[in-house]
Design a binder for this molecule. Structure first.
Ligand SMILES: CC(C)(COP(=O)(O)OP(=O)(O)OC[C@H]1O[C@@H](n2cnc3c(N)ncnc32)[C@H](O)[C@@H]1OP(=O)(O)O)[C@@H](O)C(=O)NCCC(=O)NCCS
Length: 230
């Protein structure tokens, strides 16, 4: 691991301790802010390094244009995009175009293994103002992972951390998620992280594939999330 990454990792370990103190009311919000700002200054943490979500095995960080080859490696596999509703990437230029779009999405993160944060293996996002959202305090979770990494529980792990961020820090009250009929892998993820089935849309238009599918819609309320995690 590079020297800089070691410092950032240490920062996130210390931040986690502070987060735990705050959660247990062992320190006030004012003390928390002072300590956190002190750490940021002392360790020279940049805004990019600050905009990360760190879990046991993963780092979720903003996409960078130099990630295009990594994105292409996985997004060029139709087994990844087709279940999500988009065609496989045809070349690295296409991945660059998508990354440029993602950079402007506020809560779109590259999923990276902690030991190699320079080569993302997937993507996770809280999408705002989608067709499922009924008001400003609702958003929608979306995700995909490179095929070689399926089956390790990485997306549930990343989702739980992003949901916590969405409910606790960003203030959302409802988070939606959906999967297209037959995508039992995504159905399982949604079950594992607490989403509850709401309805089925028999005529869900998949614009990028110019087709219509059956979509199963589920949601997680902040109240249920708090109950599941208390
Ligand atoms: C859906 C997806 C994100 C799951 O991520 P993940 O990190 O592999 O999630 P999990 O490890 O929890 O596995 C979920 C389920 O997938 C199935 N699964 C796991 N590995 C598999 C593999 N190699 N082949 C087929 N199915 C597999 C299992 O049923 C598993 O459930 P289980 O843990 O109860 O056995 C991933 O498969 C993916 O990116 N698929 C393509 C894109 C996609 O469908 N995105 C979601 C659109 S709604």
């Amino acid at each position: 691991m590079e020297e800089r990454e070691k410092i950032v990792e240490l920062f996130y370990k210390q931040k986690e301790t502070l987060d735990n103190f705050l959660e247990r009311d062992a320190i006030s919000k004012e003390q928390y802010d002072i300590s956190l700002n002190g750490l940021i200054t002392k360790m020279g943490i940049t805004n990019e390094e600050l905009d990360r979500i760190v879990t046991k095995r993963l780092v979720l960080r903003k996409w960078r244009i130099e990630d295009a080859p990594s994105m292409f490696k996985y997004a060029s596999d139709p087994a990844v995009g087709i279940p999500c509703g988009w065609p496989a990437h045809k070349d690295i230029e296409e991945s660059k175009r998508i990354i440029n779009m993602f950079i402007n999405h506020p809560y779109c993160y590259a999923i990276c293994l902690k030991e190699d944060i320079d080569h993302p293996i997937g993507c996770i996002e809280l999408n705002l103002k989608t067709s499922l959202c009924r008001s400003e305090d609702e958003c929608e979770l979306g995700y995909w992972l490179g095929k070689p990494y399926w089956g390790n529980g990485y997306v549930p792990e990343a989702s739980k951390a992003l949901l916590k961020y969405g409910f606790e820090v960003l203030g959302y009250n409802v988070i939606w998620c959906c999967y297209h009929d037959g995508n039992n892998k995504s159905k399982r993820v949604q079950e594992k992280i607490g989403f509850e089935y709401q309805r089925t849309d028999d005529n869900y238009v998949v614009v990028q594939l110019n087709t219509v599918r059956i979509a199963h819609v589920s949601l997680l309320t902040k109240e249920r999330w708090l109950n599941l995690n208390s």
